[in-house]
Ligand binder design. Sequence first.
Ligand code: ADP
Ligand code: ADP
Length: 230
Amino acid sequence: RTVIELDTVRKAYPDGTVAVEGLSFSVREHEVLALVGPSGCGKSTTLRMVNRLVEPTSGRILLDGEDVTATDPVALRRRIGYVIQNVGLFPHRTVEANIATVPGLLGWDRRRTRARVSELLDLVGLPAATYAKRYPHELSGGERQRIGVARALATDPPVLLMDEPFGAVDPEFRRHLQTEFQRIQRETGTTVILVTHDIDEAARLSDRITVLSRGGKLEQVASPLAVLAH
Ligand code: ADP
Ligand code: ADP
């Protein structure tokens, strides 16, 4: 089953920059698709279009067969978890409140939310007793990144979009978090697009690698085994 489908997508920003050109690919259910390529080749723009943070100039993006530009944004937030590097935590909200963002949108009660926050903090190795009441500025870069992952997983979304999710994490903890990611992904069967500039990370974590070239064009689709053999 195809979960995400891009059909001849083009994105030109208002200043004329063409970020993505004629891009078509699809992601099957339970698959981890890596999107790799040099800086500026349109990887983030692609994720942002899938998440409806940016509208394509032309072409279509379908989620479960439905055009995302015609989908209610709250319904999209429930179906798509989004993890980005460095940014994205609300600075004036505690860790707990950050993780509870989407549960809040969906009207979960306090008890259910509390329990889920606590479970997620354990999952990313930051126990609630220490971390729940902290603000983002009271965390290290790697800790913030882990909170970003916890927040994206809050409502068990069937789709996860990850933009350089391990970039800000200390090297020794990165492996641990990658392994955790693999475990969670296999357990939950989440469908993932993983953006990374690290081809080894892509090869280790994905089922299929899509390589973009400058100008946001599809260069090739590679198998992780072929990349690892190099
Ligand atoms: P990547 O994630 O692969 O680094 P991006 O999708 O961030 O690439 O950017 C693709 C291209 O679009 C780059 O040339 C970038 O400068 C440009 N770009 C990104 N966002 C904007 C914007 N809001 N306005 C104009 N150009 C943008
Ligand atoms: P890093 O080496 O990743 O930059 P930091 O030096 O920022 O880490 O933080 C080290 C530890 O101190 C982390 O466990 C972080 O949670 C904690 N910490 C950082 N800033 C604060 C703060 N303002 N209040 C409480 N704890 C903090």
